[in-house]
Design a protein around this ligand. Structure first.
Ligand SMILES: *Cc1c(COP(=O)(O)O)cnc(C)c1O
Length: 366
């Protein structure tokens, strides 16, 4: 089965045929074939991708990425705790919304979507509010494509002894990092982003000593991160409730293919090459990027919509789709833009082809 078009979206994204083929078999959730040989191997491999440190562990959680974020925020903060959220986009704001829903005290530092977080302001808040126990930040803010300065923010949080939660949903597996070196306590990502699997579950790489403290803290039964982790630990990979077996098997295949590509460094290079080709080609056609180059990530890029009066995103989108590419609408509040993702089973040659197609699609009225 071939795809009709390439998804240039930040998840679900285009996957390889072999990843999709891995789903053509049914699995028993009680059997070692599944738990020991697939789930446990995935957990080990994920920790290795995340850090060279040995004191980290991994827990998989059913649902979309947001479920894994909600499981983390809802399970790791005690009733005496308070969360500081650094928000400069939809996904930062969503973490604050989750805290609010769960009645977890929360301080939000919001900055405009096009500016990086202000370190002095964060330091001030950490100094003045000693009830804050946890700090949460997004790595690649998929709203704009901005790469946040996580190393600076995390070292600040650590200076004040805070537990750090990192939403690395759209960057993990596509941008090299060592969460142990950074000092991250809980890192969240999902199956359908840079590991290039299909949607269905998220995962959390946690500092073992931190997750061990979380028994009984959860505000939800099915999203109890500790319980899910503990169950997997003592039952060798068994999930508490029905697991997305086909998705998990596809994810295993995706991890093998990440290794075959040469690991995260190689994948990062491909994504970077995709993104650089994209920006150069789009600029040649007269498009402008929303962000300064220094703030770009290789994951997704926002472009201002063409200014001619008869431009309509829907028509542009449909024409590109007919020609084999699916792009993403903008999500920034005060600017009219659209986004193009550069992750997934997508290569620099695909991006070059995209540019010629954009050129055609731009002039539908001529
Ligand atoms: C994709 C994404 C999420 C999770 O989104 P879901 O739609 O719930 O899978 C969270 N944070 C970031 C930064 C993302 O890119």
């Amino acid at each position: 089965m071939k795809n009709d078009y390439i998804l240039l979206t930040p998840g679900p994204l285009s996957t390889s045929t072999t990843v999709r083929e891995a789903m053509l078999k049914d699995w028993c959730t009680w059997d070692d074939d599944y738990n020991k040989d697939i789930v446990e191997v995935i957990r080990e491999k994920l920790v290795k991708i995340a850090t060279a440190a040995s004191d980290y562990t991994c827990v998989l959680m059913q649902g979309s990425g947001t479920a894994a974020v909600e499981a983390t925020i809802g399970s790791v903060i005690s009733n005496q705790g308070k969360l500081l959220v650094i928000d400069n986009g939809v996904y930062g704001a969503r973490m604050a919304q989750i805290a609010q829903c769960l009645n977890i005290p929360c301080h939000v530092i919001s900055s405009a979507e096009m500016v990086p977080p202000n370190l002095e302001q964060i330091e001030d808040v950490l100094k003045n509010d000693t009830t804050i126990s946890h700090v949460a930040i997004v790595h690649c803010e998929t709203t704009t494509g901005m790469l946040n300065p996580i190393a600076d923010v995390i070292s600040l949080a650590k200076r004040f002894n805070k537990v750090v939660i990192l939403d690395a949903m759209s960057s993990f597996g596509g941008i090299p990092m060592d969460i142990g070196e950074l000092g991250v306590d809980f890192m969240i990502s999902s199956a359908n982003k840079c590991i290039q699997g299909v949607p269905g579950f998220g995962f959390v790489i946690a500092k073992r000593s931190q997750i061990e403290k979380c028994q009984g803290l959860a505000r939800s039964l099915s999203l109890d991160l500790y319980d899910q982790w503990h169950h997997m630990e003592i039952n060798q990979g068994k999930w508490r409730f029905t697991s997305p077996t086909h998705t998990v098997r596809a994810f295993y295949q995706a991890l093998i293919e990440l290794e075959q590509e040469g690991g995260v460094t190689e994948r990062h290079q491909r994504y970077q090459c995709n993104q650089q080709n994209l920006v150069a080609g789009m600029r040649e056609l007269g498009f402008e990027t929303l962000l300064d180059d220094s703030l770009h990530s290789p994951i997704i890029t926002s472009f201002y919509s063409p200014s001619h009066h008869d431009y309509q995103f829907k028509i542009f989108y449909q024409r590109l789709k007919d020609l084999g590419f699916v792009i993403y609408p903008g999500k920034v509040s005060h600017s009219d833009c659209f986004r193009i993702g550069t992750i997934g089973e997508v290569y620099p040659d695909d991006i070059k082809r995209l540019i010629t197609v954009v050129k055609t699609a731009m002039y539908w009225n001529v």
